[in-house]
Ligand binder design. Structure first.
Ligand code: CA
Length: 275
């Protein structure tokens, strides 16, 4: 429990009934790399989260260890047309962020400081985060913003202001678009059909091997960290499945020798443009 937590003020029924139906977030232009062709579409790979239009309300992940504060937040968000998942632990935030459009983050969580949770989250996700905390000091605010928080609210928060900031923060955010298909040299990765071919040869991959390949290939030419791959494929960036990861990556390299996956020591992996 965070002894400093203030109670949410009750603004009475009817709060937050405004419609938030017409918010659209634009899509980035498709990649223009001549060596890797990415086909974009509506497909969302497993672990991928962000929709482009919030016309059905947002899915809000509330990380708050105080039960009554969490209940007040969830109730207000639901009345405003959003759906919510509530967690009390930072470790659960790191497991549950995948389907969230935005995170409301308390800094005094059950198992870790919210700033640590934010740092870990930002290693794998750009999901919008609003810190909602009793800590009103400048140092905490600056720290949270420098770690990647999009906004910072001090408790007790005004519900209408929170809802307005929620919309403002997500409006500024352009979610990364996900390719449906990646063509690189002789390799054709059809993500939607879960099918990989190299020239005329069909390559049979296990779900984990396929997940690693997609995680790397959809950002061909860029370094992807091990944590990002673990987050996308295993759903847990801080999983202890590192050894298992190496085994699956080794098998992927064997099954698909046409792909060049470069290990950048201490940083991550890069699916090369020109295999
Ligand atoms: Ca707390």
């Amino acid at each position: 429990m965070d002894a400093l937590s203030s109670r949410m003020p009750s603004d009475g029924p009817g709060d937050g009934d405004e419609a938030y139906a017409d918010i659209l977030v634009g899509s980035p232009p498709p990649a223009t790399d001549p060596y890797v062709r990415l086909t974009f579409g509506s497909f969302r790979p497993p672990g991928s989260t962000h929709r482009h239009a919030y016309d059905e309300g947002m899915h809000v992940l509330v990380a708050e260890d105080d039960g009554s504060v969490a209940a007040a937040l969830v109730s207000a968000l639901q009345r405003a047309g959003h759906s919510c998942t509530r967690v009390a632990r930072g470790s659960d935030l790191l497991l549950r962020h995948h389907d969230a459009h935005i995170v409301l983050l308390d800094l005094g969580l059950e198992d870790m400081d919210g700033l640590d949770a934010l740092r870990r989250l930002r290693a794998v996700s750009q999901v919008p985060v609003i810190v909602v905390t009793a800590r009103g000091d400048e140092r905490s605010t600056v720290k949270a913003l420098s770690l990647g928080a999009d906004d910072y609210l001090v408790k007790p928060v005004r519900l209408h202001e929170l809802l307005a900031r929620l919309v403002a923060v997500t409006r500024r955010y352009t979610p990364p678009d996900e390719p449906m298909r990646v063509l690189a040299g002789s390799i054709d990765i059809d993500i939607e059909a879960r099918r990989v071919t190299a020239g005329e040869r069909e390559v049979s991959l296990t779900p984990n091997e396929f997940g690693i390949l997609v995680s790397l290939a959809r950002r061909a030419g860029q370094i992807v960290t091990r944590r990002q791959v673990l987050d996308e494929v295993w759903g847990d960036a801080y999983a202890t499945s590192s050894r298992s990861f190496d085994v699956h990556l080794g098998q992927l390299r064997q099954k698909l020798p046409e792909a060049t996956i470069t290990t950048v020591r201490g940083v991550g992996y890069r699916f090369e443009h020109r295999p």
